[in-house]
Design a protein around this ligand. Structure first.
Ligand code: A2P
Length: 334
């Protein structure tokens, strides 16, 4: 008799959905049956899973009958609409959108950091924002060792964080630039090729963007540090994969650069990559395709006696989305 779970991937044609399919295969997640969903535009297309072509289905309650676990990465509006329906059909939902992250009844989980949170779920578990995951991974061991009192984080975020349209836009603009053709932004508010755009998500009245406030609120929820002061700046950069974050963290107890390096080296899911004499430091091209977040450029803060500053890079489609979601599913199975 076949063993394993019936697993749904909603948003299976997208950047995060495609990566979820690959990670389920790589980690040999016990899938008995895979059901793939996307928008109605994609019904009739197929996605590859386990060496087979799986047809994309239309999202409707009946299609989720018998599903044990659903990974959702079709966007926040879609999650708001579909996740309650999928739970009602009997499945547990691991949602990669921002729809439920700050709901007090929904655990927001990074398995290396707050695995205990999964126990409280009521059908939906949320996967944090990709930049938040990459940022909190090195913050957690610092917080445990010295209690964080302040965080300043500036991100350099890849276009694939904006999905397949973001990837296509950087590719098309780069080719147009090389041909000397005019560039017209479609998905991003400005040209992204050979540019940086300090604007991800809508601006709020205080001048911070939605993406920046996700980093603030989600960091506090995951670290269970409700009042932690966080100053965020998030920037879209012309890189295909991997988010990089320059972080300065202050702690109650001084943590030296050496101690921070030891803490990072020992933390599961982090890899210390810090040998400036040999030009070794994390970069998107080093980290792409990896599940670990790489930390380097670790040094003491020149402007604060209890600050440490460093550079962390993570593949945001993997640890920032799909790997983290599949790790949550693995926790549920334990
Ligand atoms: P589709 O390919 O049919 O548009 P990305 O984040 O890479 O842009 O991917 C978004 C994913 O969400 C895709 O799989 C996309 O499917 C899916 N999607 C977008 N809009 C909807 C919708 N209204 N209902 C269901 N799935 C959607």
């Amino acid at each position: 008799m076949a063993t394993g779970l019936t697993v749904a991937v909603v948003g299976a044609t997208g950047a995060a959905g495609q990566t979820t399919l690959r990670i389920l295969e790589e980690r040999k997640f016990p899938v008995r049956e895979l059901r793939a969903f996307a928008s109605e535009r994609s019904v009739g297309k197929t996605v590859a899973f386990g060496g087979e072509a799986v047809a994309i289905r239309k999202i409707e309650a009946a299609a989720f009958k018998g599903v044990d676990l659903a990974f959702c990465s079709a966007g926040s509006a879609q999650s708001r609409e579909y996740a309650p329906m999928i739970v009602k059909a009997g499945a547990t939902v691991i949602d990669k959108s921002s729809a439920f992250r700050m709901d007090p009844a929904v655990p927001l989980v990074v398995p290396e950091i707050n695995p205990h949170a999964v126990r409280t779920h009521q059908g939906i578990l949320a996967c944090p924002n990709c930049t938040t995951i990459v940022t909190v991974m090195p913050l957690k061991p610092l917080h445990d060792a010295g209690r964080l009192t302040r965080v300043i984080a500036t991100s350099y975020q890849a276009v694939s964080g904006a999905g397949v349209k973001g990837i296509a836009e950087l590719r098309e603009q780069t080719l147009a630039w090389a041909r000397g053709e005019a560039i017209t932004p479609k998905h991003f508010p400005h040209q992204i090729a050979f540019n940086l755009i300090p604007h991800i998500d809508a601006f709020g009245p205080d001048g911070y963007t939605g993406e920046e406030m996700k980093l603030v609120h989600e960091t506090r929820k995951i670290l269970e540090a409700p009042g932690l002061p966080v100053t965020p700046t998030t920037v879209r950069v012309p890189v295909f994969t991997c988010h990089s974050v320059a972080v300065t963290a202050e702690t109650e107890r001084k943590i030296t650069a050496g101690e921070a390096r030891d803490l990072f080296a020992r933390f599961p899911g982090l890899r210390l990559w810090d040998d400036p004499a040999r030009n070794r430091y994390p970069m998107p091209l080093v980290v792409e395709g990896q599940d670990d977040c790489y930390v380097g450029r670790v040094r003491e803060d020149l402007s604060s006696p209890r600050g440490v500053t460093f550079w962390v890079v993570g593949d945001q489609l993997r640890k920032g989305a799909a790997t983290n979601a599949v790790q949550i599913a693995e926790l549920l199975l334990r």
